[in-house]
Design a protein around this ligand. Structure first.
Ligand SMILES: [Zn+2]
Length: 325
């Protein structure tokens, strides 16, 4: 009798425990990430507690992406919308306007020291970048008043900046879900440790490249922060805007500069049309060194499915093309 009561109690405890666990199994936060790199950061910080919808997916181009009705629906019901800011996402203002989100929009470049574009190909850059929304402010950021055409938004290409993105994500998750804060902080700290190791690896790899072999060509100006942080020089015919077609004169000017600067390697990017790079490779006689992942991760089975893999891939490609190893 006693035994069966105990068993019944034990069973009810198990049942109750089982029941109590169920809500924690479903995500506490609905998060929208504007593009794949941010989606990856958010997953590393949020773990099981967050449900992430990424708008611009693998190999996608956030500069020219056209939002779909499903994107607006996800933004409308999200608790948090994580964006790069600095006008990286060409679609953002329109998407926010059409979806009227209840959640908080978090600009992850907050705290990053913005850098300006180089000026060699400024005409092409500015004409392309002024584009449809370049001169408008995003909702909720009226206080920022800078010259958008001159600021490089690809801050995530520097690992020290990636640390800032991750800290901003942890802070936003903590504010929106205090119960999960310890988890978020723990996850962020563990991920930042991996980023620190990655940063050290990058510096070691680049130290192996002789100073006179550190100029490389990519399609668009995605690597300004990489250049600034790690000391490689990138030349790009398309400037910022992946949608802009450089004029024949721009291309000729670049080819001339490539010869002058003795560029060591030329790369395609996962998000841009390879035709222009192939043309420049033909005209300069520099062999295409492979594909760099600039503004998006690869699909899960590709070489850059996570931010860490993306940085590994890029440095491997650069080192391989320049040093042949
Ligand atoms: Zn870009």
């Amino acid at each position: 009798m006693l035994k069966s009561i105990r068993l019944a109690l034990a069973l009810s405890v198990i049942t109750l425990t089982g029941f109590a666990v169920t809500p924690a199994m479903s995500a506490s936060l609905k998060v929208v990430a504007s593009f794949s790199v941010i989606g990856d950061f958010a997953k590393n910080v949020g773990g099981e507690r967050v449900e992430i919808t990424t708008i611009v997916g693998p190999d996608g181009d956030a500069h020219v992406y056209e939002p779909k009705p499903a994107d607006a629906a996800a933004v409308a019901k999200a608790d948090l919308i994580l964006v790069n800011g600095l006008h990286f996402e060409g679609f953002l203002r329109r998407l926010i306007e059409t979806s009227a989100p209840k959640g908080t929009i978090v600009e992850l470049t907050k705290g990053v020291e913005p850098i300006a574009f180089k000026t060699e190909f400024a005409e092409a850059k500015e004409s392309g970048y002024a584009g449809d929304e370049g001169h408008k402010h995003d909702e909720g950021h009226e206080h920022e008043d800078h010259d958008h055409g001159a600021i490089d938004p690809h801050a995530f290409q520097s690992i020290p900046n990636a640390r800032i993105y991750v800290k901003n994500i942890a802070e936003a998750f903590c504010a929106a879900d205090t119960d999960g804060c310890v988890d978020y902080q723990t996850n962020a700290a563990a991920y930042i440790e991996k980023l620190d190791a990655l940063d050290a690896e990058m510096r070691e790899a680049i130290a192996l490249i002789p100073q006179n072999k550190r100029t490389v060509i990519t399609s668009h100006d995605a690597f300004g922060y990489f250049e600034h942080e790690y000391g490689l020089a990138f030349l790009a015919p398309q400037g910022l805007a992946t949608s802009s077609e450089p004029s024949a004169a721009d291309v000729a000017k670049l080819v001339k500069q490539i010869r002058q600067d003795k560029a060591s390697a030329i790369f395609m990017e996962n998000i841009t049309n390879p035709a222009l790079i192939q043309q420049i490779a033909r005209e300069t006689g520099i062999k295409v060194g492979g594909t760099l992942y600039s503004d998006a991760l690869s699909p899960p089975d590709g070489p850059a499915a996570t931010y860490i893999d993306m940085m590994h891939n890029n440095i491997r490609q650069i080192k391989g093309a320049i040093l042949g190893s």
